[in-house]
Unconditional design. Sequence first.
Length: 86
Amino acid sequence: MEHEPLPPESHAEVRIVAATPEVARRVAAVLRRCFDSTEQRSYPAGREGGTRLHLTLDTTHTAEPARSWLATSGSTEQAHAHADEV
C-alpha cells in the first residue's frame, strides 16, 4: 500500500469530515484561530453527501490555547486509527 508523504515535522495534515460544508468550515475556522494554516481544500465525502475538508497546520506558529496545550501534551505510545484508516 502506498502512503502519502509525511508533512514537515512542524506541520500536521488535518482531515475534517462533516455532513455539510458549513460544519466543516466552522471546525476549520476554529483550528485556524489556533494555528497558521494553508488554504483549505474541500471534496465530496461519499454517496450520502457530506464534505471532506483538508488543511495543513503549522504547529510552530500557534496562538493560545494551542500553545499551552502543545506544551503540556506528550506523544502517546499507542496511536489509535479509525476503522477506515491504516
